[in-house]
Design a binder for this molecule. Structure first.
Ligand SMILES: Cc1cc2nc3c(=O)[nH]c(=O)nc-3n(C[C@H](O)[C@H](O)[C@H](O)COP(=O)(O)O)c2cc1C
Length: 492
């Protein structure tokens, strides 16, 4: 029987020297500055240029949905508050805001925002709230760019019932089908279905442009539909098999958007690589207490022809060959904003959002989460070196905790990433990098995200997302008692 891995927690590493020594003990190639730089000395406040526009600094807010819209995909008070805080963060790039479904059946949950004419005024209000909050604190929004994230959740659709998957898929997957209750070929979207889907993306982008978005993110990450199509090696027909076929959708969507909204910028959030799905080790799991992660058995599936950016001979390793072909295609299509992520929160969360404490549907760390942080950062550096003309946003930084600014500075200064994105950290400490760059230190260490994963555990149990441990608003939120009950095992 294997022994559980014992995690060294980041807050126990009191100095940069301790943190470096720990990285060295793990044999990790992750670099960082000794001090947090202040003011103009910080690479975080250096301006960037994009299509003749100035982006006022080098940190972005990643899309962070809250599972808190109305059931018709409209805007609510907690959502407005979240966008307000995004504006107050000081970030000069808002990547996506949050996932917005291009049609009702493509929602990941029944409370996901839908970008349609009915909700247009509400989404415009989110944007205006963000701009006003930013302007009040930072004086100008001329150097702030905002994109909307357009999505169809594909295999992970639950548009009507919090507990019922209504998956629409690109191809049958030998591991994920069983995990997420895909039982019939009828769930595969046909080539004709895809023609309507392309139209839905184009219409959504037109609405985004009418609202005043600077760009749209044609989301290709985290196992959602367009990401799944990139790995549709086994799908017959015009949208599967060859690389050309698997990228037909992005070419059609990009061309369609260009025709209706020529001035709208185009970006893609991409899972640059993937691993085989993981599960809690059954030998080390107890009821309501998942054990450490381990890969699902893939020995009978070699060469592995599922998913994207993965080594077919060893799907526990990434392979960037096709990722590079895709970035070349983006460059040719004028998609010049790329936000790199990895894997999926549903089937291998440790590579996507490294955490000390897993969400309720996850698994305990089986290795130091810094391994996954380092992997994401170094993949971005490799791809940035290969495609200097693209503007890259990096992900997965929140687990770095107090050392986030030190690492961000190093990779920005050395041109290994253009903009550092903040995900979970923005829910607890939205102004972290404004604070760091203004004061040369983190003045509110109590707000540092410790990756407790309540923001994921809540929605996995039908509740609204938020930072329940550290954000006062959520400490007393209506859903807080129920989350507590779920975590203590009192709710099945
Ligand atoms: C509560 C929550 C909501 C999220 N919502 C989205 C989303 O709408 N779209 C998206 O692309 N990623 C989403 N993500 C992923 C984050 O954008 C980000 O990639 C991830 O948290 C890793 O970055 P971090 O280490 O800074 O948290 C979400 C993550 C969390 C925890």
């Amino acid at each position: 029987m294997s022994t559980p891995f014992k995690l060294v927690r980041v807050p126990s590493l009191k100095t940069v020297t301790d943190f470096r020594a720990h990285l060295q003990s793990l044999n990790l190639d992750l670099k960082l500055d000794d001090e947090i730089a202040q003011g103009d000395a910080s690479p975080l406040v250096k301006k960037a240029n994009w299509r003749g526009r100035t982006i006022g600094n080098r940190w972005a807010i990643h899309p962070m949905e809250g599972w808190d819209g109305t059931t018709s995909g409209g805007v609510t008070e907690p959502m407005i508050r979240r966008w307000h805080r995004f504006g107050e963060s000081g970030a000069k790039m808002i990547w996506g805001g949050e996932a917005m479904a291009v049609r009702p059946d493509g929602r990941a949950n029944m409370n996901q925002l839908i970008i349609n004419r009915e909700n247009q005024a509400g989404i415009a209000q989110l944007r205006e709230t963000l701009l006003a909050a930013h302007k009040e604190k930072f004086g100008t929004t001329d150097d702030l760019i905002i994109g909307f994230q357009l999505t169809h959740s594909g295999r992970f659709c639950r548009p009507h019932d919090k507990k019922r998957w209504e998956s629409r898929i690109a191809y049958r997957h030998p591991i994920l089908d069983a995990k997420f209750n895909v039982t019939s070929d009828d769930q595969i979207l046909t080539d004709d279905d895809l023609k309507c889907l392309v139209e839905a993306y184009i219409e959504a982008a037109k609405i985004a442009a009418d609202i005043g978005a600077d760009f749209v993110d044609i989301k290709h990450c985290h196992g959602y539909l367009l990401h799944e199509f990139l790995g549709a090696h086994t799908r017959p027909g015009a949208y599967g098999g060859s690389f050309e076929n698997r990228t037909r959708l992005i070419r059609e969507i990009a061309a369609g958007i260009r025709a209706v909204a020529p001035k709208l910028g185009l970006g893609v959030r991409l899972s640059a690589f993937d691993f085989v799905p993981f599960k809690p080790n059954p030998e080390l799991s107890q009821p309501a207490k998942p054990g450490p992660g381990m890969p699902e058995d893939f020995s009978h599936l070699l060469p592995y022809r599922y998913q994207f950016g993965i080594n077919p001979n060893n799907p526990l390793e990434y392979d960037l060959t096709e990722t590079k072909l895709l970035l070349k295609l983006f460059s040719d299509l004028g998609i010049d904003l790329v936000n790199l992520s990895a894997g999926s929160p549903y089937y291998n969360p440790h590579i996507q959002r490294p955490a000390a404490y897993p969400p309720s549907d996850g698994y305990q760390p089986h290795e130091d989460p810094l391994i996954s942080v380092t992997r994401q950062i170094n993949v971005v550096a490799e791809l940035k070196a290969a495609f200097p003309e693209l503007l890259f946003v990096g992900s997965g930084y929140s687990y770095l905790q107090e050392y986030l600014p030190h690492v961000a500075q190093y990779y920005l200064r050395n041109g290994h990433v253009d903009i550092v994105g903040l995900g979970r950290m923005v829910l607890s400490y939205p102004h972290m990098l404004a604070d760091a760059t203004t004061n040369g230190k983190l003045s509110e260490p109590k707000l540092i995200c410790r990756t407790f994963s309540d923001c994921t555990t809540a929605p996995r149990n039908g509740l609204r997302s938020g930072c329940y441990p550290l954000d006062d608003y959520y400490k007393t939120f209506e859903d807080a008692p129920q989350l507590k009950a779920v975590k203590s095992g009192k709710v099945p």
